[in-house]
Design a protein around this ligand. Structure first.
Ligand SMILES: [Mn+2]
Length: 317
């Protein structure tokens, strides 16, 4: 780890141009870890960093510090060669989206991730599958390297950890809680950050609750499946978290699947479970993610994917 951190540090020191991105359609961890690391590099090395995204940033993240500094990938010259590309929270190569040409052209690539990934693509990999979020890994890096911080960095790291743990519900070790305790002692106000995230448009919440109300239940109510039609898809904020969280609250439901008609022949799938592993099902669908929260994008109709999903869940406990 020491050697990797040294290489990481040297690469940043040497680089004259740096670009950072997370996965396509950023969530709280993906967006805020990018913004936190970019801000840290500016604070500690006085270097400008290009912050890149692809897809949509959820409205609930509009108020996070430095949000306005995010650049949509096609607003930058993709043939420009960056000295250093840093890839955060990406999971697998097909989640990188429009940042991929920058990664491919860069002299050096660093990745910091907590997803299961058998084919990491970077020159330097600071990966930790046990971490709750990339925010947690960045917190560990700055503690180790004793970097200068500021209140916005602390807020960004706290939002990373909170959003990727469902507000500290999905933690498997005490580490993220200890880090949050340190962040609170350093001035982070959890209640203020939660209110900052309560920023969804009215039509999003009304659309998502209607979709949840139309869910269907299978296998003794263990599985709930909800479908987002094409017209409703543009009203979702992020991945449809309201729907997933609502349905998971039902007593007998262990698994929730959300099928999103993204285009006529493309279906997005979000999978959640209370405790049972669902990553294998996401992988069987060509996707990835975490043990209890995973997803995939499939070139097929919602109807066909619905049948496939029911097959994959057959025999569940
Ligand atoms: Mn993450």
């Amino acid at each position: 780890m020491k050697k990797r951190l040294n290489d990481f540090l040297e690469s940043i020191k040497k680089a004259k141009s740096i670009a950072i991105a997370g996965h396509k359609n950023p969530d709280g961890d993906s967006l805020c870890s990018v913004l936190a690391l970019a801000r840290l590099i500016q604070l500690n090395f006085k270097k400008d960093v290009v912050r890149v995204y692809d897809g949509n940033i959820p409205d609930c993240l509009d108020g996070v510090p430095d949000r306005e500094k995010m650049l949509y990938f096609n607003k930058i010259n993709l043939s420009k060669k960056f000295d250093l590309a840093i890839l955060l929270d990406y999971g697998t190569e097909n989640q990188i989206g429009g940042f991929l040409p920058i990664v491919n052209n860069a002299d050096r690539v660093i990745e910091i991730d907590h997803h299961k990934n058998d084919n990491p693509i970077a020159d330097i990999c600071i990966d930790d599958e046990g971490a709750s979020s990339v925010g947690e890994i960045i917190y560990n890096i700055i503690s180790e390297l004793k970097w200068k911080i500021d209140p916005d960095v602390l807020d960004l790291l706290a939002i990373s950890i909170m959003t990727d743990t469902g507000n500290l519900k999905f933690v498997h070790t005490g580490k993220p809680l200890k880090i949050m305790a340190n962040l609170v002692d350093a001035g982070v106000e959890i209640e203020r950050l939660l209110n900052l995230l309560n920023n969804k448009p009215k039509k999003t919440v009304l659309t998502e609750t209607r979709i949840a109300a139309n869910a269907e239940f299978f296998y003794r109510n263990r599985l709930a499946v909800a479908v987002v039609g094409k017209d409703d898809y543009k009203n979702l904020d992020g991945r449809g978290d309201i729907i997933l969280n609502l349905l998971l609250q039902i007593k007998d439901v262990e698994y929730v699947v959300l099928l999103k008609r993204q285009k006529d022949n493309q279906t997005g799938v979000s999978l959640r479970s209370k405790t049972k592993p669902i990553l294998d099902i996401a992988i069987a669908l060509g996707g990835g993610g975490h043990s209890c929260a995973a997803g995939a994008v499939i070139k097929d109709t919602v109807e066909n994917v619905y049948t496939k999903v029911l097959d994959l869940f057959r025999g569940i406990k």
